[in-house]
Structures are given as C-alpha cells and as structure tokens.
Design a protein around this ligand. Structure first.
Ligand code: MTE
Ligand code: MO
Length: 207
C-alpha cells in the first residue's frame, strides 16, 4: 500500500469517498462481549516458528511493552476519524516474541464470538499496526473493544477486530468474517477497495 506522496506539505486528508466524522461512533456486528479476566487469554497459534501455541493472561498481556501511535480510522460505511491516539502493543513486538515460520504469508486475527479478519503479513507487521488497549491515554471502553483491539491504520477499520483474542499465522490466505461476506480481501481505503467484486486476480482466494 502506497499513500500519495505529500506535495509541498499537501496530501488529501481523507481517502476517496470518505467524510469526516465528529465524535466517536460505535460500529460493529453483534453484541458487546462481557470481559471475564479469569477466562480471557490472548493466543498466538498456527504456523509459529517453534510450532507451539503462545498464551498470555490478561495481566501478562497488559505488561507487554506499551507504545503510542497516532492514526486515522476509515470505516467502509464512509466515515473517517483523523488523528486518533492509540496506546498498546505494536504487532512488531509480538512478532519478535513469537516469530512466524518462514512460510507464513498471512494472518487471521480472531476476536470474541468468532469475528475474524485476514491480513497479509506485511499489513499486519506495518510499523503503525498495533493491538490497542488505550485511546487518548484511557483504557478502551467495552463498546470500543476492551480489553484490546487491532488497529491497522492503512486499511478499512473492519480489518481491526475489537475484543481481539488471538492471531493465527497462516501459510496461505483465507477470508475472514467480512471478507467472506462481500467485502474486499485487502481493503485499502486509498484505492477504495470496498467490495469483493472489485478484487483483481491475486487480491484474494476464490469466493
Ligand atoms: N469484533 C469486532 N470488531 C470490529 C467490528 C465488529 O463487527 N466486530 N467492526 C469493525 C468496524 S466495521 C469498524 S468501523 C470498527 C469500529 O470501531 P469503533 O466502534 O470503536 O468506532 O470496528 C471494527 N472491529
Ligand atoms: Mo466499519
């Protein structure tokens, strides 16, 4: 994904077809899950380099290195928010802790109730991609994904599951929840990859 280069400090702020949103709406499918710390764990599994599954309890996950990322959020329903300050664990950190096997090309990020989103490994490991636990210094509220959500600033926001519970390392691509239901397999807002019918050969596995 290449964003338009800034020309004399100018760059379109919003991807095509998006409008600026005031406030912070809540957008998701299904009910808000209840957080049960004693049952919660974050799991990295699939094609890990050591072939093992790695688990963190909530207090362990909370103790991982915390970093801040300022990023925009683009919902495919056409609203965007600019300059959101997220705090949490960068995916790069997680990759250092649990290296993928060399054949890994994609990941599936899993959330409560089976919500999922597939990502190319390079989108997942982009420098600004993080598992956010905080916004503007405050813990996420339940409806915004507490205790953690994935944020992939350069893709439409459905690619960032709220109430995230784990990551599956994959050696081939597979569609996630919305990607199976008519949304684009990659989801780059700057080239308006909204729907699966817009996919070019090679953008995703067959439907
Ligand atoms: N688990 C889960 N995560 C989700 C969704 C969902 O339906 N379930 N919706 C996505 C969509 S489409 C958007 S736009 C953002 C909205 O995040 P917000 O409600 O915090 O604004 O969450 C994303 N993460
Ligand atoms: Mo969305």
């Amino acid at each position: 994904m290449v964003q338009p280069e800034s020309r004399e400090g100018e760059r379109p702020e919003l991807p095509p077809g998006q409008r600026l949103q005031r406030g912070w709406p809540v957008t998701h499918y299904g009910p808000v899950p209840r957080f049960r710390p004693e049952r919660w764990e974050f799991r990295v599994f699939g094609a890990t380099a050591d072939a093992g599954t790695h688990r963190w309890k909530h207090e362990e996950f909370s103790a991982l290195p915390h970093e801040t990322v300022v990023a925009d959020l683009h919902c495919v329903t056409r609203f965007s928010m600019l300059g959101v300050e997220w705090g949490g664990v960068r995916t790069r950190r997680l990759l250092e802790l649990v290296p993928p096997a060399p054949e890994v090309t994609h990941v599936m990020v899993w959330a409560e109730y089976g919500y999922s989103a597939n990502l190319r490994l390079e989108d997942f490991t982009a420098g600004h991609t993080l598992f956010a636990t905080h916004r503007a210094g405050e813990p996420l509220t339940a409806e915004h994904g507490f205790p953690a959500r994935l944020v992939v600033p350069h893709l439409y926001a459905w690619k960032g599951p709220k109430w995230v519970r784990g990551v599956e390392y994959m050696t081939a691509d597979r569609r996630g929840f919305w990607e199976e239901r008519g949304y684009h397999n990659i989801g780059d807002p700057w080239s308006e990859q909204r729907y699966s019918y817009q996919e070019a050969p090679g953008d995703g596995p067959g439907l």
